[in-house]
Ligand binder design. Structure first.
Ligand SMILES: Cc1cc2nc3c(=O)[nH]c(=O)nc-3n(C[C@H](O)[C@H](O)[C@H](O)COP(=O)(O)O)c2cc1C
Length: 149
């Protein structure tokens, strides 16, 4: 089963001086901890990832040693309106996730011209991109299953 996490808008600005993490942050950490693997889909904002996503990852990265992304199989995909945009955003996100300690799948899925790339039901129109996405999802699931075995 997969779950889409929609809590990003509830996450307050990171503050390490908080005695207790805010409730939405606890929910984020629990969702990450419960997941066997995480697929990050990001747009590109000004050649990087959206601030809200970075902020959520900063929260998720603490406490350092027991953070819920440590050793977690993750993959990164992304879309941008520009032709090359999502490449940079994905590179940035991979860097952050590696720093946090996640096991980052090196395969990329770069969807350029995002405003023309999807059908009304959300499916990718380009069949090569669609099969690349399937390969990434299966790759992360394989890593997860090997870990569990
Ligand atoms: C503040 C902002 C900055 C953006 N910067 C870039 C960019 O540097 N390169 C690019 O190709 N697209 C850029 N975009 C377009 C987004 O990648 C595109 O809108 C995205 O696919 C849609 O995701 P969203 O609904 O989360 O905005 C930017 C969009 C916003 C709102």
């Amino acid at each position: 089963v997969y779950r889409v996490w929609r809590g990003l808008g509830q996450i307050a600005a990171f503050n390490e001086d908080c005695d207790r993490a805010p409730r939405p942050v606890i929910a984020l950490r629990q969702a990450l901890a419960q997941a066997d693997a995480v697929l990050f889909a990001t747009p590109e904002y000004n050649a990087s990832i959206p601030g809200a996503l970075k902020n959520a990852l900063d929260w998720a990265s603490r406490p350092v040693r027991s953070n819920p992304l440590r050793e977690k199989p993750v993959a990164v995909i992304g879309a941008s309106e520009g032709a090359f945009g999502a490449i940079w955003a994905q590179a940035e996100l991979r860097k952050v996730l590696r720093t946090i300690g996640a096991r980052v799948d090196e395969r990329e899925l770069v969807v350029p011209r995002a405003h023309h790339a999807f059908a009304a039901d959300g499916a990718l129109l380009d069949q090569d991109l669609a099969s690349a996405l399937r390969a990434i999802v299966h790759g992360v699931l394989d890593t997860t299953c090997r870990r569990a075995a």
